[in-house]
Write a protein that binds this ligand. Structure first.
Ligand code: HEC
Ligand code: HEC
Length: 347
C-alpha cells in the first residue's frame, strides 16, 4: 500500500514538474525545430540563428510572426499557443543573439509606392515574386533543390506585413542578410536610401486587415449540402452521370454503413458514390501527400423521411489545415467540382 501511494505521489510530482518546467527550449523543440532546425540552422524554414537575422529582428517581430504565421505559406500561425508560451519561445530564439534585441520602432516610412512598385519589379521580383508572394518550392512537396538553401520569404504576405515595422523592412533591404542569398539594396544593387523607402511604402500598400485563420475557417461550412427533388435511386444515377460528365471515373458505390453490418442489413437510405480523376489525383498528391486522406472523391446521397439530400465534405475548409497556397487552389478547384456535380444532380 505504502509503495502504491509513493508511486502515485511520484507520478503527481512528475506531472507537476513538467507543467511547471515548460521551457522555451522545449516549446521550440516541440513546435519549431522540425522546420527551423534544433539549433535554428534552418531547413524547410528560414535559419533563425543567423546573426544577420537576429540583429534585424526585434523580439516583438518574432512573437508576432509566431502568432500570425504566414497565411498561405508553410509557416503556420500558432493559434494554440498562449502569449506566455510565445514569449518563452521568442526568448529562446533570442538567446542565440549575441547583443540586445534591436529596438521596436514603429515610425512609418513615407516613400512613393508607385515608384517603389517599379523598383520592386526591377530588383526584387526575381526572388520574391509578384506582389511579394515569395519563392515557390518550400514546404511539403520536397521539391526545393538542395543547393538552394532558402526560398525567398513572402514579403507581401499579410502575416509578414502585420509582424514587421517599416523600419525593420528597411533595415533588411538596406543591409541584406549575410549568409543568405538576400542582397544589400545599397551595396549589391546600387540603390539609394530614398529608393529603399519607396519600396518599403510599396510593400506596406499591399497590407490588408488581419483575418484570423479561425475566422476564415468559420466562414466555410464543413459540409456542402443540396436538397434533391428526385428519389434516392434517381439522385444516385444523376450524381454518377454528372461525375462522368466532368471527366471523372466512377470507382464504386457503397452503403454508408458498409462493413459495419451484414450485407443484407445495409441501409438502403444512404449511398456513397466514389469517383476519381487520376490526373487531378496525381497533381494533388505531388502538392501534398496528406491530401490522399480525402481521396478518392466521394458524395453521399441520403434519404430521410422521404426527403433526399446530397452532401460532401467541403474541400475549402480542409485546405486551411495545410497552409499551402498551391494546395488551396487545388482544394478550391475540388470545391467547385463538387458543387457543380451536386447542382447538376439535383437540378
Ligand atoms: C511547417 C514548417 C514551419 C514550422 C513548424 C515553423 N516555421 Fe517558421 N517559417 C517557416 C517558413 C517556410 C518560413 C518562411 C516564410 C515564408 O516563406 O514566407 C518561416 C518563417 C519564420 C520566421 C521569419 C523569419 C525571418 O527571416 O523573418 C520566424 C521568426 C519563424 N518562422 C519562427 C518560427 C517559430 C518560432 C516556430 C515555432 C513556434 C516556427 N517558426 C515554426 C516554416 C515553419
Ligand atoms: C537573390 C534573391 C533575392 C533578391 C534579389 C532579393 N531578396 Fe529579399 N530575401 C531573399 C532571401 C533568400 C531571404 C531570406 C533570408 C533569410 O534566410 O533570412 C530574403 C529576405 C528578405 C526580407 C526579410 C523577410 C523576412 O521574412 O524576414 C525582406 C524584407 C526582403 N528580403 C526584401 C527584399 C527587397 C526589398 C528586395 C529588392 C530590393 C529583395 N529582398 C531582393 C532573397 C532575395
Amino acid at each position: 500500500m505504502a509503495r502504491i501511494i509513493s508511486q502515485i505521489l511520484l507520478l503527481c510530482f512528475a506531472m507537476v514538474s513538467t507543467a511547471m518546467g515548460e521551457t522555451g527550449e522545449q516549446l521550440y523543440l516541440d513546435n519549431c525545430s522540425i522546420c527551423h532546425g534544433n539549433e535554428g540552422q534552418g531547413g524547410v524554414g528560414i535559419p533563425l540563428a543567423l546573426s544577420s537575422f537576429l540583429n534585424q529582428a526585434p523580439d516583438e517581430y518574432i512573437q508576432r510572426t509566431i502568432r500570425y504565421g504566414r497565411p498561405g505559406r508553410v509557416m503556420p500561425a500558432f493559434t494554440h499557443l498562449d502569449d506566455k508560451q510565445i514569449k518563452l519561445i521568442s526568448q529562446f530564439v533570442a538567446s542565440w543573439r549575441k547583443g540586445p534585441s534591436p529596438v521596436w520602432d514603429e515610425t512609418p516610412i513615407k516613400g512613393n509606392p508607385q515608384k517603389g512598385e517599379a523598383l520592386y519589379k526591377q530588383y526584387c521580383i526575381s526572388c520574391h515574386h509578384a506582389k511579394g508572394q515569395g519563392g515557390q518550392g518550400t514546404g511539403l512537396k520536397f521539391s526545393r533543390p538542395k543547393e538552394l538553401p532558402i526560398s525567398a520569404p513572402g514579403i507581401g504576405n499579410n502575416g509578414f506585413l502585420h509582424s514587421a515595422t517599416d523600419q525593420m523592412i528597411k533595415q533588411v533591404a538596406m543591409h541584406g542578410r549575410k549568409g543568405t542569398p538576400m542582397p544589400s539594396a545599397i551595396r549589391d544593387l546600387g540603390l539609394k536610401e530614398s529608393q529603399v523607402d519607396d519600396i518599403v511604402s510599396y510593400l506596406r500598400s499591399l497590407q490588408k486587415p488581419l483575418k484570423s485563420t479561425q475566422q476564415k475557417l468559420d466562414e466555410e461550412p464543413p459540409v456542402l449540402v443540396y436538397d434533391s427533388d428526385y428519389s434516392l435511386k434517381e439522385t444516385v444515377a444523376n450524381l454518377e452521370r454528372a461525375a462522368v460528365g466532368m471527366n471523372f471515373r466512377l470507382i464504386r458505390n457503397q452503403a454508408l454503413d458498409y462493413g459495419f453490418v451484414e450485407a443484407e442489413k445495409e441501409s438502403t437510405h444512404e449511398e456513397i458514390v466514389f469517383f476519381c480523376n487520376f490526373n487531378f489525383l496525381y497533381e494533388a498528391l505531388k502538392l501534398d501527400p496528406r491530401i490522399g486522406m480525402f481521396l478518392p472523391c466521394r458524395i453521399t446521397a441520403v434519404e430521410r423521411n422521404g426527403k433526399v439530400q446530397v452532401m460532401s465534405i467541403n474541400p475549402k475548409r480542409l485546405s486551411h489545415f495545410f497552409n499551402n497556397s498551391e494546395l488551396d487552389q487545388a482544394c478550391e478547384q475540388m470545391h467547385d467540382t463538387y458543387t457543380s456535380i451536386m447542382e447538376d444532380a439535383t437540378l
